[in-house]
Every structure is written in C-alpha cells, then in structure tokens.
Design a binder for this molecule. Sequence first.
Ligand code: PLP
Length: 415
Amino acid sequence: MASAISNTVLDIDRIRAEFPILHRETQLGAPIIYLDSAATSQKPRQVIDIMSRYYEQQNANIHRGIHRLAEEATQSFEEARNKIAHFINANSSKEVIFTRNTTEAINLVAYSWGRANLQAGDMLLLTEMEHHSNLVPWQMLAAEKDLHLEFIPVTDEGLLDWTAFEHFLLREPRLVAFTHMSNVLGTINPAAEMVSLAHQAGALVLIDGAQSAPHLKVDMQTIGADFYAFSAHKMCGPTGIGVLYGREKLLASMPPFLGGGDMIRRVHLRSFTPNELPHKFEAGTPAIAEAIGLGAAVDFLESVGLEKIHQHEQLIVSYALERLEEIPGVVVYGPRPEKKGGVVSFKLDGVHPHDVAQLLDTVGIAVRAGHHCAMPLHERFHLPATTRASFYLYTMEQEIDRLVEGLYKVKEIFS
Ligand code: PLP
C-alpha cells in the first residue's frame, strides 16, 4: 500500500502492478526494494509481452523479405521508430537512428562526424560531470586527430560553472557535449540555454540524454541540440537498443559509421552507395524485438505522462534528501531538489560504499556503489566512490523509509 507522498501525483499502486519484478520477494519474504533505476529501469508487463508476442507471432528479418511475416515485422519496427520520433518531437523519423545504447550513439557521432569534420588543434568542450560514455569516445578521437579537450568545471553544489562555460565559448569550440542529467549528482543542466549559447559561439551540440529521456519531457524542437543520445533500458524498455537523434541535414552530410547490410543502396566489388537516412547508420540486422519493446515503453511512459513522472520523482527525491540528511555521518552530493532528478549519491562516514550496498542488500534493498562510470567527477569531489539510490515512477516513500532504516543498521554494525 502506498501512502501520501507517493500518491500525490501518480496512482502508485496501479503503476507498480504493471511491473512483475517489483512483486518478487527477497529471501526476507518482502518485495524487493529497487533503488537502482539509474543503472537500468524495471520493465512493465506490456513491454515484456510485446516482445514475446513478436517472437511468437511475427519473427522475421526486416526490410528484405517480401513474405507476410517480414512485412509485419518491418512495419512493427518502423512504427516503433515513428513513436520515438513523436516522443522526442523530432522533425521526422529519419532523424531517429537505432543504436545499441547511448554509448554507441555517442561513439557514432565521434567516429562519423568527428573524423570527417575535425582537424588538429580543434577544441571540444565537455564537462567534469560526464559519464565515461561521453568522455572516452572524445578522448580517443582527440588522440587520433590531435584535438584539444576542455571541461566545464562543476561547482561544490554540483552545478556547472556558468562563468567558465561562457569563457570557454569565447575560444570557439567545434562541439559542446554534455549530459542533460548527471547520473551521480542528479543535476539537471539547462539544456536549451546551453545549446543556444553554444550555437551562438558556432559550436554543434551533443547531449547525453541517458538519464533525462526516461524522466523528463525532452523536446528536440525546444532543446535545439544537434545530437541527442539515449538508451531504452533506462526508460522501461529492453537492453540492446538505444537511439541517436540527429538533425536530418547533419546526419545526411555524415559518412556511415559501420559498413554491411541494410546501410547500402548498391554495392560493387570496389565501392558502395550508402542507403538513405535513417538506414545509412544501421548496418546489419538490428535489434528488432528490442525496438518494438522500446516502442511499447514509450507508449507506457506517455500514458503515465512525463511531466507527472518528473513531479513524482521530485517529491520522492525531496523526501529522500530530507530523510538522509537526518542521519549523522551521511553526506549527500549534488544540488537541491529543484535542480535535480531522482538520483541521490552519498557517503556514510567511516563505511566504504561497497559495504553499505552489500549490507543494504541483505535487507532486500538494491542500491549501487562505486564510481558509477564517472571517475573524474568522483575525483573532483575527492571521493573514491559513493553509494547511489536512484528512483523512478514506481518508487514509494516507504522504500525511502526502509533505506533510512537500513542505513541506521549499517551504522550500528560499523560503530
Ligand atoms: N550517460 C549517462 C549519463 C549514463 O547514466 C549512462 C548509463 O549509466 C550512460 C551514458 C551509458 O548508457 P549505456 O550503458 O546504456 O550506453
């Protein structure tokens, strides 16, 4: 049974009923408390069902066959693409490229756009709060092409240093790449404002939307980014599929990323002509069932409403901060609730985050411990690791209470 805060915006019991795994009992005979949605979200029944139905009723390869199953599979796959284009308000489904995940989407841009357009000495502007997925591809490109990388610093509060950002823009970076929402601090960066300033400075903009697309209404027309990357598995969809949104004109001007089937129009022994968008960037048999599953995830999220999901998470995160800050020895990183999404990273004095996570697991609570693929950000805060609790539309305040009780137990064991 959910209580006051949890039901303020969403009918939490009805939502939770859609997620079979949330009813799985732990060894303690109580349902699992899943506070690790920033790593991957749980999946509602309609996503699981549509993928099984695809394999039971439609399974065939797409775009090539002329038999009935192939036509149906192709139609379901392309319908999923259309749903995603609508979900992010892209101009056309040609701007929606299926990748394996956010990481591959960013690598695609670094490899294709970066290799074709950047020259030695060019500057790329990133931030100190990036996930490794939005750092390492640029480091690899920088090493290959002798580029210059700069980083917008993070303030003690966990926000981007705006003065430094404006200062770096005067040096005319070719690309600004930043996360819309930090997977450690929860910080929601003012994406549209940053894009507008970066464009005025002549830069293109890539946004890592892995933590924002699942939780906020992201509108490509309002945000205005040139590229936007996200993963299905963090937004109620399956693993193995992600999306690169790119402005059509830009994608059309870029060389292919991977070569093979589907991304070509014609092939001769010594040459090929690439296919049109979006297929130019989708070499080989794609993750068909997964794309269809992502389409169902988008339907599910839209039926609940992204604004409501965000409001719910803000209530939960405010409550979590309030409760965690009661515990002596807990230090929480990141900005105040108004500027953050449903992610809380913290340290508990005298206890290693891995021990915290392991002990919480013994009482049926799943959190994450480590550097969360953001080692430079942890270095910035002089931390080897943190414990992270992350929330989604199915998180209830009672789960936060259980987390707090669990942390008191951890403290007792280590006192
Ligand atoms: N960017 C951010 C901010 C993330 O939180 C993550 C995953 O945790 C990624 C990128 C990488 O996502 P994926 O592993 O699905 O490629």
